[in-house]
Design a binder for this molecule. Structure first.
Ligand code: DX5
Ligand code: ZN
Length: 216
């Protein structure tokens, strides 16, 4: 499978989100990454259900919703109804990961688990075969435009080994500080999905950057 590109809408022009979605529909982007933050788990507040519904109205591609919220299990059905296709929850906030992952899948979405930069890969050992995606946070979650944390490279290798040793089909998503400079290294180590916000939307030609992330 060729790798996927998921532009993070956090960094797009939110005052003109319809145009941004229409532009992305024509681009080589595969998924749209939507960062939901609650001001508790992370020190920032972003999108809620009405915004996701509005994005869904125009989107021609799957919505990859990344929940940085303290109580994800309460809202699984609401995110499904808002239009999420992939729903990722954080390891650090969920006491009943097995139950919540099953709830996501039984509601017809792909299930992802995200881990913070300090969380060891070994903690995923007992759920790796249940989940569709592991989202490796390569910055501390909360904000776009941060610097990539170098230790992530080591974690990709460890995660790839865990996946191979379990004959798992789980995809590796890298979220935070992805650039045109580090993307080849990430892909060579085994990344399947690259999330990028600042790299794409700080450029006057986001389309061109998406193509470069996808093909060069
Ligand atoms: C960080 C978010 C990321 C962020 C990535 O908490 O989860 O998805 O938007 O943005 P960049 O690519 O700018 O680091
Ligand atoms: Zn994210």
């Amino acid at each position: 499978m060729s790798h996927l590109i998921a532009p993070s809408l956090l960094s797009c022009d939110l005052s003109d989100i319809k145009s941004e979605i229409l532009m992305l529909n024509k681009s080589k982007a595969d998924w749209y990454h939507i960062d939901v933050m609650d001001g508790y788990f992370v020190p920032n507040i972003t999108f809620g259900f009405p915004i996701i519904k509005s994005i869904k109205k125009y989107s021609k591609k799957p919505l990859d919703v990344h929940l940085m919220i303290t109580n994800p299990s309460k809202y699984i059905l609401d995110f499904k109804n808002a239009g999420a296709d992939i729903l990722t929850i954080h390891y650090e906030v969920e006491n009943h990961l097995d139950r919540t992952v099953n709830k996501i899948k039984s509601n017809g979405m792909k299930a992802g688990v995200a881990i913070n930069p300090h969380t060891p890969i070994s903690y995923l050992e007992n759920i790796i075969n249940m989940i569709d995606i592991v989202c490796l946070m390569s910055v501390n979650p909360g904000f776009g435009g941060q610097k990539f944390i170098i230790n992530t490279y080591k974690k990709i290798t460890q995660l790839k080994n865990l996946i191979l040793n379990n004959s798992s089909k789980t995809l590796i998503e890298i979220d935070g500080g992805v650039t045109l400079e580090n993307k080849n290294k990430l892909l060579n180590l085994g990344a399947d999905i690259l999330v990028a916000g600042n790299t794409i939307f700080s450029n006057p030609d986001p389309n061109e950057i998406i193509s470069k992330l996808k093909f060069n």
